[in-house]
Design a binder for this molecule. Structure first.
Ligand code: FES
Length: 74
């Protein structure tokens, strides 16, 4: 990380399960692509509760992973 200096907007759908990369090695940010294997790290998996946009951290500084908390501005 970082992949970019702003969050990724995702049009999420209720019931969808998303796995976000926490290791920084994915080739498909912000999602896990399995590149973490052997690193001892694991993706952050969430289930979407309602339809609508979410913002996933792209800078790696968030304190509320996998969501953007505005830390990219600082
Ligand atoms: S590729 Fe980074 S956590 Fe899976």
């Amino acid at each position: 990380m970082p992949w970019q200096s702003s969050p990724y907007k995702i049009d999420a759908v209720a019931g969808q399960t998303l796995a976000f990369c926490s290791c920084g090695q994915t080739k498909n940010p912000p999602y896990c692509d399995g590149s973490h294997k052997g690193s001892g790290k694991a993706p952050k998996v969430i289930t979407i509760e309602k339809d609508g946009p979410i913002w996933a951290c792209g800078c790696g500084k968030t304190m509320n992973s996998p969501f953007c908390d505005g830390s990219h501005k600082g």
